[in-house]
Design a protein around this ligand. Structure first.
Ligand code: URP
Ligand code: ZN
Ligand code: ZN
Ligand code: ZN
Length: 471
């Protein structure tokens, strides 16, 4: 029997192995792995290339309304096109509950924005901002049954921050339903205290975003989130970890046998707080939370990736424009760091940065790259048909040229914002072809797929979370 697609001559890598094999695809699924597999309708020559599971970026923000009417610079079409060019086959955006809106209504909104628009597959995390009886007693348990098996909670941000009682209630619901909790760990009161003080001293430039959220702000909240999860006995993922001290809280919890998982992001490997020191609004283009730290903490994040303290490497893609053609940037953002939207773009550059700085420079193995870019995300978030190259899995594949040298530049990228914070960074290794469920979306660097080829993925529960009764 012949195949729909044959990927021939490449070196295949999974999270555990690297081997020479051709891949036969039928009906969007990997049907055969081996040599001399036979005929196919379409053949892709992968000689001299690496054939890897398509990237899964389990932390992106797309078309999220932020307060103050600021509009995100990517809709589902542009974000998923950009993701495909960056070697990704699945992205996981947040469906952000705004206070006063029921979860189901929010979700319907996001589906309406995504349906028919995507180049790669998509699956939503929920964000719980109003943990009332309706949300925790009814909506959330039903949505988890429907395959929305993870949600994020925030310990900071106006209108989002949960107090400890609310965190415990939410975590307890996660325990009973087998959902996985993701935590944004920063101490809200400490940030407000420091931001007030900085503003009163006239320190309002974007640079002061960093000093308003120093490391203890993150370390304390990380410790508290882990303690709350321990009290309720539920697994937890600490997302976007920026520094050694927060990472050590995670490592210590793991040594004690707790199911605590960590995620770090490119901004904590290659940016520093000094990047926020640009004149006028240039520094604002690097404002994200937690903020980038310094070289010593970059090194710590690398150690976390090498040693498996971090299971996940995600972009935290959160795109805004600064050229401001239609006045979309809140004018107050020019008056104080406090009003600069938090978040930077990176869905297209996440994997080239990890590949180049990690694999090409010998810090991590190719297998670790696959785990950190795809396999661990699939396991963590219940994407059971994705994240590996094996018979029966979705044929979600990225073909990489490991020798290709590129200098990252806005002009090469396909995202909506008007800049990349990674401008000028040289990388070795680049994704050239991206295949979603057996269909090429990007081929040899050119868009060949159409929007709507990406679909919505209903998920199983995390491999790490199982329903348990109330402790
Ligand atoms: O600054 C950031 N990280 N913005 C995105 C929202 C979030 O907290 O993940
Ligand atoms: Zn949908
Ligand atoms: Zn966050
Ligand atoms: Zn985020």
């Amino acid at each position: 029997m012949s195949f729909d697609l044959l990927i021939k001559g490449g070196v295949v890598a999974t999270a555990s192995d690297v081997f020479r094999a051709d891949i036969g695809v039928r009906d969007g699924v990997i049907a055969a792995l081996g040599l001399d597999l036979g005929a196919a309708d379409e053949v892709i020559d992968a000689s001299g290339k690496l054939v890897l599971p398509g990237g899964i970026d389990s932390h992106v923000h797309i078309a999220q309304p932020s307060g103050d009417g600021i509009v995100m610079a990517d809709d589902f079409e542009s974000a998923t096109r950009s993701a495909a060019f960056g070697g990704n086959t699945t992205v996981m955006p947040f469906c952000m509950q705004e206070r006063g809106t029921p979860l189901r209504a929010t979700l319907a909104d996001y589906h309406a924005k995504a349906d028919g628009e995507c180049f790669v597959d998509v699956s939503f995390h929920l964000v719980i901002s109003e943990p009332n009886a309706q949300t925790l007693g009814q909506d959330l348990p039903a949505l988890i049954e429907d395959g929305y098996t993870s949600f994020k909670v925030f310990m900071t941000y106006e209108g989002l921050a949960l107090d400890d009682m609310e965190m415990l209630e939410v975590m307890s619901t996660a325990r009973e339903t087998g959902a996985l909790v993701m935590v944004h760990a920063e101490n809200y009161d400490a940030i407000r205290f420091l931001a007030d003080r900085l503003e009163r001293a006239g320190k309002t430039a974007p640079f002061f975003h960093g000093p308003s959220r120093p490391i203890p702000v993150e370390r304390e909240a990380t410790h508290r989130a882990i303690s709350l999860a321990e009290i309720v006995d539920v697994p937890v993922v600490i997302v976007h970890v920026s520094n050694r001290e927060a990472m050590e809280e995670i490592a210590r919890a793991r040594r004690r046998g707790l199911k605590v998982y960590g995620e770090t992001c490119p901004q904590y490997l290659v940016l520093t707080e000094k990047d926020m020191d640009g004149l006028n609004m240039e520094g604002a283009k690097y404002v994200c939370s937690p903020p980038p730290r310094d070289e010593a903490h970059q090194q710590a994040c690398w150690e976390g990736l090498e040693q498996g303290i971090f299971d996940l490497f995600s972009s935290d893609h959160c795109p805004f424009r600064y050229d401001d053609p239609k006045g979309k940037l809140n004018p107050k953002a020019r008056t104080s760091f406090r009003w600069v939207p938090n978040g930077i773009p990176g869905v297209e550059t996440r994997l080239p940065i990890l590949f180049s700085e990690g694999v090409s420079k010998g810090r991590i193995t190719l297998q670790q790259f696959v785990a950190l870019s795809a396999s661990n995300h699939a396991r963590m978030y219940g994407l059971t048909r994705k994240g590996s190259i094996a018979i029966g899995m979705d044929a979600d594949i990225a073909i990489w040229d490991p020798e290709r040298e590129v200098v990252i530049s806005q002009s090469l990228l396909h995202h909506g914002p008007d800049y990349t914070p990674y401008e000028g960074i040289p990388v070795k290794g680049w994704p050239v072809t991206t295949i979603v469920r057996g269909k090429p979306i990007v081929r040899d660097g050119a868009l060949v797929g159409a929007k709507g080829q990406g679909g919505y993925v209903v998920r199983e529960r995390s491999a790490y979370a199982r329903p348990k009764t109330r402790p």
